[in-house]
Write a protein that binds this ligand. Structure first.
Ligand code: PLP
Length: 435
């Protein structure tokens, strides 16, 4: 398959199927962006061709699902849960960016000593049971760190789906970056509100959209991710904040799933790093990635916390994370606040990888963070490449449609602070040998 030449331009050209350069090899040297995740996994041809009614009546009702799976397999898109045993391979799959999860055993004695009564179940939604002090302590702790109220949710998925749906009072328009996570898309769909997608990280186009639409809505909520999970680039936070300053009806919603723990002097995220925490109406942090726990939280204003507590269905109608999970999160966040050295090391590793990919392999990556994608541009090739990585001692997964756009299939390397520059150099040599 054809290689793409080093180029900084991204989405548009590749999406439009621009001519591929003449270089040979297997890696695409152009950034092609993640697919709009609103497109559900398109049914493969075999599953989508609906049988005639008479035929359908003699078929097992399961047949359509089996055909769908066969179609995915044919297109090299069948997902499987990787086996548990990674052998000695270096982890580049997980979102354990600080290496806290890898070292969790080290913190267990402290956990048991400090939180001996933390139970493993909440047994009900928080609105339907007596308050548990660990949920409250976690919210209070986050509240002190951000200097704004925090509401605990069961996961990042619950947070985005439940909160976005709740925000959709009549008169609301959502404007979401083209590459936002599936949980945001699902929230937008469930909300039933008007929404539009703006081109990825393009504040000028976003500005034009707002200029054309403002006045027609009571509120316009811009949704972005601080770090994009498949492209490893960052949202233009200052520009988003300027838009809010220019248009009083604009509200800002920021998902810091991949930046909580990783950016900012205390690890609170990119908004902290840029001194912009107070400019965002809602900040989502997740606890299952760098924080080595599970769950999520929203940081917001007192009135919004009260509103969400009464309206976010994923908060109201779901059993809360366990007190033990909340207590473990407190401990992990305490560690996070002290790990600035690891955050800086992680950024150095990322810069090293991106510059060596360019210098040694002539590959231009869009990444400016700990997530470094290697665009392959073909599902079958991406799977082969992942196998090559595994054989060379690195655990990295092929990312395919619908998680990313067709033609931008990739290996997503997720760096963590326990790696060294030597590990990265070995990885790049391994990538180089694949061509
Ligand atoms: C940007 C973003 N938001 C939300 C989520 C969901 O978070 P959780 O895994 O806690 O459900 C993810 C998961 O990868 C994500 O990438």
């Amino acid at each position: 398959m054809a290689l793409k030449k080093k180029s900084k331009s991204s989405t548009a050209a590749s999406a439009a199927g621009s001519a591929r350069p003449k270089t040979s090899g297997r890696l695409r040297r152009r950034h092609a962006s993640r697919v709009s995740q609103d497109k559900a996994d398109a049914a493969p041809a075999s599953a989508s061709s609906a049988p005639a009614p008479a035929e359908a009546s003699c078929q097992s009702p399961l047949q359509g699902y089996a055909d769908f799976i066969t179609g995915l397999e044919k297109e090299h898109r069948l997902r499987r849960i990787p086996s548990e045993d990674a052998g000695d391979r270096i982890d580049m799959l997980s979102n354990d960016y600080l290496g806290l999860a890898a070292e969790a055993d080290r913190y267990l004695p402290e956990f048991h000593e400090r939180f001996p009564d933390a139970r493993f179940t909440s047994s009900a939604s928080r609105l339907l049971s007596r308050a548990n002090r660990y949920h409250s302590e976690l919210e209070d702790y986050l509240g002190r760190l951000y200097d704004r109220p925090a509401l605990l949710l069961n996961s990042g998925y619950h947070a985005n789906v439940g909160i976005i749906q709740a925000l959709a009072l009549p008169g609301t328009l959502f404007l979401a970056d083209k590459l936002v996570h599936a949980s945001i898309i699902d929230g937008l769909r469930l909300s039933g509100a008007d929404f539009k997608r703006f081109p990825h990280n393009d504040p000028k186009r976003l500005h034009r959209l707002i200029a054309g639409l403002h006045g027609a809505y009571q509120r316009i909520i811009i949704i972005a991710e601080a770090i994009y999970s498949m492209d490893g680039d960052m949202a233009p936070l200052h520009e988003l904040v300027s838009l809010k300053a220019e248009y009083p009806e604009v509200m800002l919603y920021l998902d810091e799933a991949h930046s909580f723990g990783v950016r900012g002097p205390l690890g609170l995220g990119l908004a902290e790093e840029f001194g912009l925490i107070d400019s965002f109406d809602i900040i989502i942090g997740t606890l299952g990635k760098a924080a080595a726990s599970a769950g999520a939280f929203a940081v917001t204003s007192p009135v919004m916390k009260e509103y969400l507590l009464n309206t976010a269905r994923s908060f109201i109608f779901s059993t809360a994370i366990s007190p033990a999970q909340a207590a473990w999160s407190i401990l992990m966040i305490e560690k996070i606040t002290q790990l600035n050295d690891r955050r800086l090391h992680l950024q150095r590793l990322s810069r090293h990888m991106v510059s060596e990919l360019s210098r040694r392999l002539n590959f231009e990556s869009p990444a400016t963070t700990q997530i470094v994608p290697l665009i392959i541009g073909d599902a079958a090739e991406a799977v082969l490449m992942a196998g090559h990585m595994a054989a060379g001692g690195f655990d990295a997964l092929a990312i395919r449609r619908p998680t990313v756009a067709a033609g931008s299939e990739r290996i997503r390397f997720s760096l963590n602070a326990l790696l060294s520059e030597k590990d990265i150099d070995r990885l790049i040599s391994l990538i180089g040998r694949y061509r």
